[in-house]
Design a binder for this molecule. Sequence first.
Ligand SMILES: Cc1ncc(COP(=O)(O)O)c(C=O)c1O
Length: 414
Amino acid sequence: METVPANIKWVLRDGKKKDFTSSQQLFSVENARKARSFHRQIPGYRISPLKSLPNLALMMGVGGIWIKDEAKRLDLNSFKVLGGSYAIYRFILDKLNIANGELEFEELTSPKVKDQLGDITFASATDGNHGRGIAWAAKQLGFKCVIYVHSETSVRRIDAIKSNGAVVKVVDGNYDDAVEQVIIDAKEYGWEIISDTSWGNYTTIPKWIMQGYLTMLLEAQEQFSGQGIVKPTHIFVQAGVGALAASVIGYYHSLFKDEAPICVVVEPDQAPCLYASALAADGQPHTIDGALDTIMAGLACGEPSPIAWEVLKDTADAFITVPDYIAAKGMRVYATPLNGDPFIVSGESGAVTLGALVTILKQHGLEQLKTALKLNKESQILFINTEGNTDPLHFRQIIWEGSNPVPKEYWTNL
Ligand SMILES: Cc1ncc(COP(=O)(O)O)c(C=O)c1O
């Protein structure tokens, strides 16, 4: 009997019935339109490109590889600002008792509105990208911002947050420790937390953040229509706390229900909290302890967001974990396109899903997973390049110096 390689692990839904209730409540087209009508008022808003890699698709034996490239989103190098800015907007509407859609972006910065709101400081914990988005949004609207990072966060990521005007505090420990600390300090100083993860009764803001991500999916669906494609057949989406994955997978299930694409959640093997929750098979979110030591800084989370898990447990088709070198491989595949395919700059957390696909399709011993996911030459697969070159030094170490190489026993004959 063939042995399955040890580097990739997975849990499949395996025909378990899906439930669309929470997807439909949170991620309706109407909610997506509300988010987009806010985002399109932001100066500099542009639809992010949906890029196609037809030659890679041919080489890999699939129908199409489509990349929603968020590296260029508002020049902030990541999709994250879509969530943070929309949550701050909804928070302000709530404070002013105004219905959604009835306050234009320009009015948000007016002295009258500022007077009504008073002095607000927004705060959040981050691995880098969310904090940068919140800092940017707070600055645009003229509010103060404090961002908590953990001690392993790179100087480049910290500088990117500071350059958007926020105060940065470094907390000993990992991302989950930074979340704990910001909760304590926000209570003491009266700050407003804009967190992408949820806990206890703190669910409204994380829900708005997930809804903010819908702008990118509404755009993607319009872009697919322009290509004569009704929907992708597959989606590979990367996860930290799972908010992005819930938004993506929830939106497609709210739209297409049982006809939704096959949706695969990809996590680092050093921070596989959603995979662990799926594996436990008790319907509950489960926490992973430890250093969460991975190059995929954006995905280094040990605790699932409970409201995201709620959606994912009812809809995701597979949870996969991969080692760091698969993310590095994904970065190199993006950065060295086949002749005729576009060049895409993708960071560690952005590239891991393409790395996972290429591995599943071509690494010896993974045929069983490929078959279970129904990957074949008809497949039109959507990826989200969730970040560009967010840590330039590390990016060059991987692409130029060849750090995080694939072990020789897993090389493919391409
Ligand atoms: C680049 C990047 N991709 C993906 C994610 C995953 O998002 P989530 O934590 O909602 O699962 C993050 C989170 O910070 C990120 O920074």
